[in-house]
Ligand binder design. Structure first.
Ligand SMILES: [Zn+2]
Length: 69
């Protein structure tokens, strides 16, 4: 399978639970940033920063989770 086909299979939306308030947050994912990503995002509900981790497996399935900063 070509890289291009794999990219198209990848999910482009992920869900994590805010570490501070427990709300379910839906975020857009960008597979072009790599199979393993980590960035800080402020929770849209409680405004506290979460370190968001995103990992894509070989099928392009995304795992998303967050830990408090
Ligand atoms: Zn929150």
């Amino acid at each position: 399978m070509s890289i291009c086909a794999i990219m198209q299979l990848m999910e482009t939306e992920g869900v994590y639970f805010c570490d501070a308030c427990g709300e379910e947050i839906v975020i857009p994912l960008d597979p072009s940033q790599g199979a393993s990503q980590e960035y800080v995002e402020d929770c849209p509900v409680c405004c506290r920063p979460n370190v968001v981790h995103v990992e894509f497996d070989e099928e392009g399935e995304a795992s998303v989770w967050a830990v408090g900063e």
